[in-house]
Write a protein that binds this ligand. Structure first.
Ligand SMILES: Nc1ncnc2c1ncn2[C@@H]1O[C@H](COP(=O)(O)OP(=O)(O)O)[C@@H](O)[C@H]1O
Ligand SMILES: [Mg+2]
Length: 324
C-alpha cells in the first residue's frame, strides 16, 4: 500500500446559498500536505482561502455554507460527510485551528485556563489537575509570562499578541498532526507578528506537525513555507515549492502579486506596482480563465476553463495561453 499523505484535498468545491442562488466560493481546489511540512495558501482577499480551510474542518457557517464536491482525506480517512463522531475526534485534537481574530474565537466570559483545559478534557484521558498543569506549561511554552497567574485571566485582560498566543496554546494542546492557521498574524503589529511566526515555526519543529498557513502576505509565505498554493477567484492558478515560485513565477497573477511587494530600487525609491482591475464579484465569475476576466482580455479564454496540470515535477499551473 502506498503511504498516504497527511492531508489530501481533491477537487474541493464549496459555496453558499444566497438570495441570488448558489455561489461557488471554492471551485475545484486540489493539493496535498505531507507530515511535518508547511504549505502556504496565498491570494488577495476574497479568493477563497478561508472557505477552503473551513471546509476541511467542517466549520463553514451553516446552513448557507456547504461543501459541494470533492474529497478531503486526512491520514487516509475521508472527512467529507464523515460521521459526526469522526470530525468531533479530529478537530481540536488531531487538527488544531488558529483564526485571524482571537477575540471572536475565544470565549469572552471564560478564563483562558478553562478554555485550554476544556479541549484537553474533551479529547484526552487526563484529570482536571493534570489538564490545568498542562495548560500552565503550554502558556509558558508560547511565551506568556507568569502563566500560573495568567491562567485565571479573561481574554479581554490580555493584549492582542497575548490572545493570539493563547489561541496557539489551545490549538496545540492536544498535540495535533496538522495545524491550520488562517491569517494568524494579520491583526497584529509587525514586531508581534514576527514573534508569533517564530513561535509557530519553533513549535512546529519541536512537534513535527504539518501546517497549512493561510495569508495574503507573500513575505510571510517566503519566511515560513516549503510549498505554496496561489489562489485566484476560487481556484488554484499556481502551486510550487516556495523558492521556485519566487525565483520563477509562471502565472501572470503570481507575477502580479510578486511585483506588488514593495521593494527598494537602486535609486532607493520605493517601487510599488499593483495588479490592474479587481477580482470580479463571485456572482460574475466566468467559466473560463478568471484572471483574463480581470484583465478584460475577452475572447475564448473566458469560456474554456484552463487545464490545471503538473507542468514540471512539483510545479502545477492553470495553463491559460494568455496568462502563462
Ligand atoms: N457567509 C458567506 N455567505 C456568502 N458568501 C460568502 C460567505 N463567506 C464568504 N463568502 C464569499 O466567499 C468568497 C471567498 O471568501 P473567503 O474564503 O473568506 O476569502 P479569503 O479568505 O481568501 O479572503 C468571497 O467572495 C466571499 O464573499
Ligand atoms: Mg480569509
Amino acid at each position: 500500500m502506498p503511504v498516504s499523505k497527511l492531508l489530501e484535498i481533491e477537487g474541493l468545491e464549496s459555496g453558499f446559498d444566497t438570495e441570488g442562488g448558489l455561489v461557488r466560493a471554492v471551485d475545484g481546489v486540489s493539493f496535498e500536505l505531507e507530515k511535518g511540512r508547511t504549505l502556504g495558501i496565498v491570494g488577495e482577499s476574497g479568493c477563497g482561502k478561508t472557505v477552503s480551510a473551513m471546509s476541511i474542518v467542517d466549520l463553514l457557517p451553516k446552513p448557507a455554507g456547504r461543501v459541494l464536491g470533492g474529497r478531503i482525506s486526512f491520514k487516509g480517512q475521508e472527512l467529507r460527510d464523515a460521521d459526526p463522531e469522526v470530525m468531533y475526534k479530529t478537530r481540536g485534537n488531531e487538527i488544531g485551528v488558529i483564526f485571524q481574530e482571537p477575540m471572536t474565537a475565544l470565549n469572552p466570559v471564560q478564563r483562558v485556563g478553562k478554555q485550554i483545559t476544556e479541549a484537553l478534557l474533551l479529547h484526552k484521558d487526563v484529570s482536571k489537575r493534570e489538564a490545568l498543569q498542562h495548560a500552565v506549561e503550554l502558556l509558558d511554552a508560547v511565551g506568556i509570562p507568569s502563566p500560573e497567574r495568567r491562567i485565571s485571566d479573561h481574554p479581554h485582560e490580555l493584549s492582542g499578541g497575548m490572545r493570539q498566543r493563547v489561541m496557539i496554546a489551545i490549538a496545540l494542546c492536544c498535540d495535533p498532526d496538522l495545524l491550520i492557521a488562517d491569517e494568524p498574524t494579520t491583526a497584529l503589529d509587525v514586531t508581534v507578528q514576527a514573534q508569533i511566526l517564530d513561535l509557530m515555526s519553533k513549535m512546529q519543529k519541536e512537534r513535527g506537525m504539518a501546517t497549512l498557513l493561510i495569508t495574503h502576505d507573500l513575505g510571510v509565505i517566503a519566511e515560513q513555507c516549503d510549498e505554496v498554493v496561489v489562489m485566484y477567484a476560487g481556484r488554484i492558478v499556481e502551486r510550487a515549492p516556495v523558492k521556485e515560485l519566487f525565483a520563477k513565477p509562471k502565472h501572470a497573477y503570481t507575477k502580479g502579486l510578486l511585483a506588488s511587494i514593495p521593494r527598494l530600487t537602486n535609486e532607493r525609491k520605493t517601487e510599488l506596482r499593483t495588479i490592474p482591475g479587481q477580482v470580479a464579484s463571485i456572482q460574475e465569475f466566468v467559466s473560463g480563465c478568471r484572471f483574463c476576466q480581470r484583465m478584460e482580455r475577452g475572447g475564448d479564454t473566458l469560456n474554456t476553463r484552463p487545464r490545471y496540470e503538473e507542468v514540471e515535477p512539483g510545479r502545477f499551473l492553470e495553463t491559460c495561453p494568455a496568462c502563462t
